[in-house]
Design a protein around this ligand. Sequence first.
Ligand code: AQP
Length: 331
Amino acid sequence: MRQRYFSGIQPTGELHIGNYLGAIKSWIGLQDTYEGIFGIVDYHAITEPYKPSAMSKRVIDAALDYLAAGLNPNKSIIMIQSLVPEHTEMAWLLNCITPVSWVERVPTYKEKAKQLKIGVNMGLLSYPVLMAADIMLYKSTIVPVGEDQAPHLELTREIVRAFNGRFGDTFPEPQTYLGSGARIMSLTEPTRKMSKSLGPQSYIALSDPPYVIRAKLSKAVTDIGPTGGEISPGTKNLFQLMSIFSSAETYGHFKKLYDEETIRYSEMKEKLADDIISVLGPIRDRRQELSLKPDYVRDLLIEGSHKAREIARETFLEAKDKMGLIYFYGE
Ligand code: AQP
């Protein structure tokens, strides 16, 4: 029997190559060895300001990206978080065993608390607890994520230990699974990670057409002034992308030119654009085909959410029972 795990992406904007290399590519690679439950985590997405009218399209767009990138619905479950109410119910159980100091020290929370001018809401503070609930409901043994999520997973393990210690062995401690592109940087601000929220020029979306990919890469920052002999963050990022999307020969060629200080970044960017386009082209074509079948995608999401709920329900009732919250059997 395949071991099971949950992983997900927030529908906060267009999915980009950071999401693809940090998470989706690992999900696809693990499909035969693990049973993956892939959430479109809309409850996470409402912890920051958002447009209600845009949410439904974003959820469908995320599903199109998952499927077009290669998730196989015969091997994996694709679901919408808010269609499985056990996620928020479980989060409440976990909220009650998680000290506030644990969530306050999470780096992404601290960063967002500084950025958000309107102040943070309770949802943002307990975001990692909801994430722990997502993961624990499926008794996940691993979670493939980008590097930015590693502190959240450390917290999940602490919550697992707290639960097991207090109520008896129930959950495995999930291990962090980092893929080859665990931290892709923004094209415009290469000291920050590529993010949906940094704006479309900062990322390459999975659905970007070739001319947009070329235009974005041609403007990618390579030089940010003196770096004390170190490779600049933007150039390092382009080399990382080249090591993933291009052949070893191409990478070696441009690395040699860089070492000899004869590199022309415009040429490197053009070649990188060609190689990214040849990987993303088939994903874009499949996405276009799938977008013509909205009923198929909707049915698949509903069915996936039902399947996920069956598993989640069982674990949730087990957790409730351990916590002394089942009063009438068969309720
Ligand atoms: N730049 C990145 N490099 C590698 N992995 C990344 N991930 C995100 N950005 C990068 C991974 O993608 C998965 C889903 O991320 P998410 O949407 O749930 O949250 P996020 O990390 O906050 O993604 P964004 O794009 O930065 O969204 P916004 O701007 O809305 O906050 C995770 O596994 C993540 O590690």
